[in-house]
Design a binder for this molecule. Structure first.
Ligand SMILES: Nc1ncnc2c1ncn2[C@@H]1O[C@H](COP(=O)(O)OP(=O)(O)OP(=O)(O)O)[C@@H](O)[C@H]1O
Length: 685
């Protein structure tokens, strides 16, 4: 017979509802009704049964149908969180926080009690928490101290289609935990073990249920990876969304976004607008433009309240996007793709999609992970559309043509295939995965590439000879940089040249900062002369940066000196990012070596010892590792010069093995930088 634990009397308006298990939930009535109206409600028992019967279930359901807010509650109500909790991962913190708020309201308990969240630097959960929304990164962190995730009965991987590096790492880790727990649970069923166990207490470690969810994922593929998991397709959209495409391609998406927003504001019935843009800069410029265009609305128009929403915005300002617009005004939220999945922004009826986003890419030149503006995938476009139609019928204005939509990729390339492997392996190690070769990747990177990555990390001092992460490795894992560069940055504290190292790394991220038009070659060469350092490209770049800052990045100055103005602007962005991260990890970005610039080169050798070459008696350069003859590229300031030893930034094979980003160094700096590794590599030759 079910037992009921009695507590305090319920508050008026909060009826007590009894679940089948006899547990008591205080659920506010107004949410109870709306919960039952969600499309997913009719599939409630099918979902619960599937999860009860199968270790892993893949669920695909329309955006807004109720997956993220309802499924964890169904499992909780049906006793699947018994004595433990349900984790729901999100790729973004803003979603984790807002979902926990909403669901705790639906459950009718204060945030942090039955329903809570954990994101970096913010934890609203307790031992009583049964449904926990958390970022994928935070679940990886929890894994480091609780290897079997024993506090959870079920992990829901939401928005799995996003395939972030961390979510991909979680896929493999969770599969492994599930297997281990299955074996332990099976062992506990062994009658000889049951003798020692009380009949009333459940086994200490239960099986781990995994639920993979999204509105837009390739369910068959996910099912195959998760041991042929059961797939559930949930039909039904909450409210219809009408999609409009432009008839012509738009040359300036910001301009098109501005016009469309003003048109909706002045011509369409009330309802807030959500506008997707590529990044913070776009948002700031559109915010200025929209705030400056109030006089165009006419005397009877509603006021327009502009709310930015991007990851770097302080949480208090982000919260404004979730608050209702003041009466007599319409809210327009200018957002990056942080608003693309999972969240419900109350009041939104109109979505404007520019069709672009910033993607973390990998600049193989310097291994810096960059953010580049690119077209979205179909899957992203559908998710954006799905932000309308959650509380009433909605409209989505795509600022690109229908044929352009048809040409978009179905899904974005998984991050693990887009980023440098040394960096990915460093992340895996930081996440506690020791066997990175045997790791169960959903999309496996090539083995040789993984081996190279391990060897390189060892040489850099990020791994010890057991292959475990060192303290330096942990530090390096904090940086959005190829590990060679983060090592140089770390060493810059020893050489007292952090400011210069940041500048050079940023400058090396662009291909051609000096340009020479065919018809003005001599003029350009003359203009470039004043920046050239006899010690090579690294210090030449440093001279260029100094001069650029002195002229405050003037377009005219760049033009007169045959300098790539756009490239220099990008350099300043990268520089700003790096300075910010340095400050965050308490490294002073202003530490400078002054005129003692040799220190900068010495510091670079500590990360680039494998990119060094020695001058041969015949005048050629031979690489220290690989013993290959390498040729200085004609674009380098070191072209035609001879020096006992050189360091280079990259090796490119075109007609010959060319090296670029070259500087002169002292030969004795090389063995000092990674003695063990270099001896081994030279022995192998
Ligand atoms: N903060 C909120 N305020 C108002 N309504 C909300 C809120 N959060 C959710 N809802 C309502 O609950 C519905 C279901 O939301 P939920 O996030 O569970 O859907 P979903 O299927 O996970 O969507 P998606 O695939 O887009 O993440 C929404 O369509 C909306 O009507």
């Amino acid at each position: 017979m079910a037992t009921v634990t009695m507590g305090k009397a319920p508050l008026p308006g909060f009826p007590v509802t009894y679940s089948k298990k006899g547990r008591r939930d205080h659920a506010p009535k107004r949410h109870e009704t709306s919960r039952r109206q969600l499309p997913i409600y009719s599939a409630r028992s099918a979902i619960v049964d599937a999860i009860r019967c199968s270790p892993t279930v893949v669920i695909v359901g329309e955006t807004g149908s109720g997956k993220t807010t309802q499924i964890p509650q169904y499992l909780f109500e049906e006793g699947l969180a018994h004595q433990k909790a349900i984790a729901v991962t999100q790729p973004r913190r803003v979603a984790a926080v807002s979902l926990a708020r909403r669901v705790s309201e639906e459950v009718g308990t204060p945030l942090g009690r039955k329903v809570g969240y954990t994101v970096r630097f913010d934890d609203k959960s307790s031992n009583a928490t049964r449904i926990k929304y958390l970022t994928d990164g935070m679940l990886i962190r929890e894994l480091l101290s609780d290897k079997l995730l024993s506090r959870y009965n079920c992990v829901i991987l939401d928005e799995a289609h996003e395939r972030t590096l961390r979510t991909d790492i979680l896929f493999g880790m969770l599969k492994d935990i599930q297997k281990q727990r299955q074996q332990m649970a099976a062992a506990a069923m062994d009658p000889s073990l049951l003798v020692e166990q009380s009949a009333t207490t459940p086994p200490r470690v239960r099986e781990l249920k995994i639920v993979v969810m999204s509105a837009t994922l390739d369910a068959e593929r996910f099912s195959a990876y998760f041991n042929h998991a059961q797939i559930l397709y949930i039909a039904g959209r909450q409210y219809p969304v009408r999609i409009f495409n432009t008839l012509e391609p738009q040359s300036d998406y910001l301009d098109a976004a501005m016009i469309t927003t003003l048109q909706i504001h002045t011509e369409e019935p009330p309802g807030d607008i959500l506008l997707f843009l590529a990044g913070q800069e776009d948002i700031e410029s559109l915010e200025r433009l929209l705030n400056g265009s109030r006089d165009k609305f006419g005397p009877d128009a509603l006021d327009l309240q502009v709310c930015p929403l991007y990851a770097a915005l302080p949480p208090a300002q982000q919260a404004q996007a979730f608050a209702p617009a003041p009466s007599g005004s319409r809210k327009v939220i200018l957002a990056t793709n942080i608003a693309e999945t999972s969240i419900t922004l109350p009041g939104i009826r109109y979505v404007v999609d520019t069709g672009v986003h910033k993607v973390r890419g990998y600049n193989s030149k310097i291994g810096i992970e960059s953010l580049l503006v690119s077209p979205v995938s179909k899957s992203s476009a559908r998710q954006r559309t799905g932000r309308a139609g959650r509380e009433a019928p909605g409209f989505c204005y795509r600022l690109y043509t229908e044929p352009s939509f048809d040409k978009l990729e179905e899904d974005s390339v998984p991050e693990i295939l887009r980023c440098n492997l040394a960096a990915a392996v460093l992340q895996l190690k930081a996440a506690g995965v020791n066997d990175v070769l045997g790791f169960d990747y959903m999309d496996r990177p090539p083995k040789l590439a993984l081996l190279r990555a391990l060897e390189q990390l060892y040489a850099l001092g990020a791994l010890n000879d057991q292959g475990n992460l060192t303290d330096l490795g942990k530090w390096m894992a904090e940086f959005p940089l190829d590990p060679c560069y983060s090592k140089v940055l770390y060493q810059s504290q020893v050489f007292q040249c952090t400011s210069e190292v940041i500048d050079v790394i940023a400058l090396l991220s662009v291909d051609t900062l000096f340009f020479s038009p065919m018809d003005k070659r001599d003029q350009a060469a003359e203009a470039h002369k004043k920046f050239v350092s006899t010690e090579g490209d690294h210090l030449t770049y440093l001279n260029l940066q100094k001069a650029y800052l002195e002229t405050q990045g003037s377009h005219v100055w760049c033009h007169e000196n045959f300098i790539n103005h756009r490239g220099m602007k990008y350099v300043q962005d990268v520089r700003k990012q790096l300075r910010r991260v340095c400050s965050r990890v308490k490294v002073d970005p202003n530490t400078s070596c002054g005129v003692d610039v040799d220190k900068v080169l010495q510091c670079f050798v500590t990360g680039f010892f494998h990119h060094t070459a020695l001058l041969q008696p015949d005048g050629n350069y031979k690489s220290v590792i690989g013993s290959q003859i390498v040729y200085i590229h004609p674009s380098s300031s070191m072209f035609g010069k001879r020096h006992e030893a050189i360091i280079y930034n990259e090796l490119v094979f075109t007609s010959r093995l060319f090296i670029r980003g070259v500087s002169a160094i002292q030969a004795n700096w090389i063995p000092e930088s990674a003695p063990g590794y270099l001896n081994r590599m030279v022995d192998r030759q």
